[in-house]
Write a protein that binds this ligand. Structure first.
Ligand SMILES: O=c1ccn([C@@H]2O[C@H](COP(=O)(O)OP(=O)(O)O[C@H]3O[C@H](CO)[C@@H](O)[C@H](O)[C@H]3O)[C@@H](O)[C@H]2O)c(=O)[nH]1
Ligand SMILES: [Mn+2]
Length: 727
């Protein structure tokens, strides 16, 4: 009998429109480059500036081709979880879920446990779920919060399942309106809600005072792991089984089994590098191997709560599919956020990335691993290569009750979370997540693809996970800097997709990876394009064909059609017009700041001048900060170096536009307009884009404006830049 597949693959529509646009833009680009190369002005008449334009345009063209690699034939996947349920019933595999946290200040324990509770409450047999929290902050406050969560789970999980509620993060659920109340009796509702609020209050009080009351400490042996000397950077390994699902007593208020819940804080010593999140994940892989050892591992960042209780079942449709499943190494869900504003002022919606780029990668070998919201086979994380005859042991981890006591298991697990454990092993290289790059996720995924596995991108209509997007410009730029630095370091290393992937993955897959790998070097041509044509306008040097020349056509065509298509893409992915416009601004700002810093940092690391760092993105913000965020007012506030670059560029554009216009008006309207029209448009567009920056420098009075010192410094630097001759 023919078995029906557990998932379907749909070709994404609109391909004809896309292809028409791509082919004509490509022709336009060739004409632009041809014109540039054949019309170089004489020395002293702007030749250097012209050649600079040529180089920038060559770069853009090459990069454009790379970004088209994944757009040619994107796909969408649809899992059929009903078929999975019918076919597998009791034979569903066990799943280990890893949650990572690093700092109780920027990642408050109450936020962390809401994520933990949401993943404990999946619509999946509880005895088959084990949840691990890795705490790189080594904080007793986080441990305390998790202990509270282990008690609250006894009421929360049955409540979720009885009324089939969504989302199952209590913080998210209770922050949505009270409309859920009609599900159950008001009494039951307020019982569970009060219980949650009291717990959160206790946790927050403890977090504020930094201390756990003695009477609470007496409740669990785990608290003894902390003493006066314990710090986040120096402590022994800690592993505590808060709920041992294999123990018959671990049941909820209705008598049903609870998922296993484990707290882990790997050993930290100042003299040993700890390899940031990758180190934490690798410790989790080992620790879980002696506790539950499930064949599937899912991991999320501590802010990424589960928003869809069927996600495990959906993901398994891909792994367990009879025809394709054995090829699938990991299933990646997109990163979505629950705190985006309508027109996402910092360009953090990532909708186009999620739908177009990741869907496109899926059609050429699989999406990248993006560090969170991802299901892996345990075996591939441990370095296994793909072979046609590989048979997964789906029963693994479903051991009958072990003979070992909780204490014995914990001791064994602790030895696996010790600093010295990895010494002289292949962990961080061939085994586990890779070390040495601030984007451990990308490089680990690339290595998995190069070992022959494919991956799948699943983007269900109801997002599977929702996290916290940065809410200030500084946080956004910092995150983007880490990503661009991380991806570019990989590009320049032995793991360069074109070299490492050569012969192992498709060329278009290699190009897809390079879209991110080449973010950082994009900074230089963008900086050039933002400054030089404007400056040349002021100084009366023409860098484009005249408006009456037929050569203006390809320039205009490429400029207009490329932007129109990008707008179409954004709108069809659900962004708003204003959101797209904001995204364009952020696109420029990211390139001239984050990517530039990423470029410099990568260079410094290559020269051995600095070491790798991982700056954790803050998940909390001040009250008036978040108010401005909700009103979509850009937040500057701090005196950050990046703002100087933004302000200099903005000021220059304004000065050049005013200067250029006045020259045109005084110096012969008709002829000059002819010659300078393209530069005028470019400079004018930049000025319009920069309006929020002028406001932040000169008009706003609130605390989030650009600090006066930055404005002053920028005016000084801008005056210096004006001295640059255009030759
Ligand atoms: O030493 C560390 C540093 C970070 N983390 C955790 O790593 C996660 C991601 O950190 P975050 O600051 O939120 O980074 P993002 O910029 O949001 O991270 C994205 O990019 C990272 C790579 O740069 C990936 O690891 C993440 O999964 C992905 O969400 C968080 O849960 C942290 O708690 C650790 O466990 N240990
Ligand atoms: Mn994050």
């Amino acid at each position: 009998m023919e078995r029906r597949q557990l998932f379907a693959t749909e070709r994404v529509g609109g391909r004809a429109v896309y292809r028409l646009h791509a082919v004509t833009v490509a022709v336009g680009i060739l004409l632009v480059l041809y014109y540039r190369a054949t019309h170089v002005p004489a020395a002293g008449e702007g030749r250097a500036a012209w050649l600079g334009m040529l180089v920038a345009e060559l770069w853009y063209s090459a990069y454009w081709v790379i970004t088209q690699s994944v757009r040619w034939s994107p796909v969408r996947r649809h899992p059929f979880r009903d078929r999975l349920a019918a076919r597998y019933r009791e034979r569903l595999p066990c799943v280990d879920i890893f949650v990572c946290t690093a700092d109780p200040e920027s990642e408050p324990p109450s936020l962390v446990i809401s994520t933990v509770l949401s993943v404990m409450a999946y619509n999946y047999p509880a005895e088959k779920i084990s949840v691990y929290l890795s705490d790189d902050g080594g904080s007793v406050l986080t441990f305390y919060a998790l202990w509270e969560a282990s008690l609250f789970a006894k009421h929360w999980l049955p409540f979720c399942k009885r009324y089939n509620i969504e989302p199952r993060s209590p913080a998210a659920y209770f922050s949505e309106s009270d409309r859920h109340q009609d599900l159950c009796t008001p009494k039951e509702w307020s019982f569970i809600r009060n219980m949650y609020e009291e717990m959160t209050e206790r946790i927050n009080t403890a977090a504020m005072s930094g201390k756990i009351p003695e009477e609470i400490k007496a409740n669990h042996k785990g608290f003894h792991e902390w003493n006066q000397e314990t710090t986040s950077k120096n402590h022994q390994p800690i592993v505590q089984l808060l709920i041992d699902g294999k123990n018959g007593n671990a049941v909820d208020s209705e008598g049903d089994v609870l998922p296993t819940l484990v707290y882990m804080s790997r050993e930290k010593r100042p003299q040993y590098p700890h390899n940031f999140k990758a180190g934490a994940m690798n410790a989790l892989i080992r620790v879980s191997s002696v506790i539950s050892n499930s064949p599937i591992i899912m991991n999320v960042d501590c802010d990424m709560y589960s928003n869809n209780c069927n996600t495990i079942r959906d993901a398994l449709c891909f792994f367990l599919d009879e025809e394709m499943g054995h090829k699938v190494g990991f299933v990646q869900y997109p990163q979505n956020y629950n705190n985006l504003t309508k027109n996402n002022i910092y360009g953090n919606s990532h909708q186009v990335t999620n739908q177009v780029l990741m869907g496109g990668m899926d059609s050429v070998g699989g999406p990248m691993y993006v560090g969170t919201g991802c299901f892996h086979r345990r075996e591939i994380l441990c370095g296994r290569r793909f072979t046609e005859d590989y048979q997964e042991d789906w029963k693994r981890g479903i051991m009958d009750k072990t003979q070992e006591s909780t204490d014995e298991i914990e001791e064994k697990a602790k030895s696996l979370a010790a600093c010295m454990y990895e010494h002289g092993t292949l962990w961080g290289d061939e085994i586990g997540l890779k070390y040495g790059y601030p984007a451990e996720d990308i490089i680990t995924g690339l290595a998995i693809h190069c070992r022959g596995w494919m991956s799948v991108h699943n983007n269900p209509p109801r997002p599977a996970f929702l996290g916290v997007a940065p809410t200030t410009l500084a946080q956004t730029l910092l995150q983007q800097k880490r990503w661009s630095d991380g991806a570019f370091s990989i590009f320049l290393s032995n793991y360069c997709p074109f070299l490492f992937g050569h012969g192992k993955i498709k060329l278009r897959h290699q190009m897809g990876y390079s879209i991110y790998g080449l973010w950082a070097p994009n900074s230089l041509p963008t900086l050039y394009y933002v400054i030089i044509p404007s400056l040349a306008l002021l100084k009366g040097t023409s860098l484009f064909p005249e408006i009456t020349s037929p050569w203006i056509t390809p320039f205009m065509y490429v400029f207009c059609v490329k932007n129109m298509y990008s707008l179409y893409e954004a709108l069809s992915c659900g962004d708003t017009l204003k959101g797209w416009w904001n995204e364009q601004r952020m696109w420029m700002v990211r390139r001239i700041t984050s990517y530039l810093y990423g470029l410099i940092d990568t260079a410094r690391k290559l020269l051995g001048l600095s070491k790798m760092a991982f700056a954790v993105t803050s998940k909390v913000s001040e009250e008036d900060e978040s108010k401005r965020y909700e009103q979509e007012i850009m937040e500057f506030g701090s005196a950050s170096q990046e703002y100087v670059i933004i302000a200099i560029a903005a000021l220059l554009n304004l000065i050049c536009l005013v200067g250029g216009l006045s020259q045109i008006i005084t110096g012969g309207w008709n002829i000059l307009l002819n010659v300078f029209f393209p530069q005028l448009i470019l400079c004018g567009m930049l000025v319009i884009t920069n309006i929020p920056f002028y406001e932040a420098m000169f008009m706003r009075k609130d605390k989030g404006r650009i600090p006066f010192s930055i404005t002053l410094a920028s005016i000084g630097f801008a005056a210096l830049v004006l001295l640059i001759p255009i030759v």
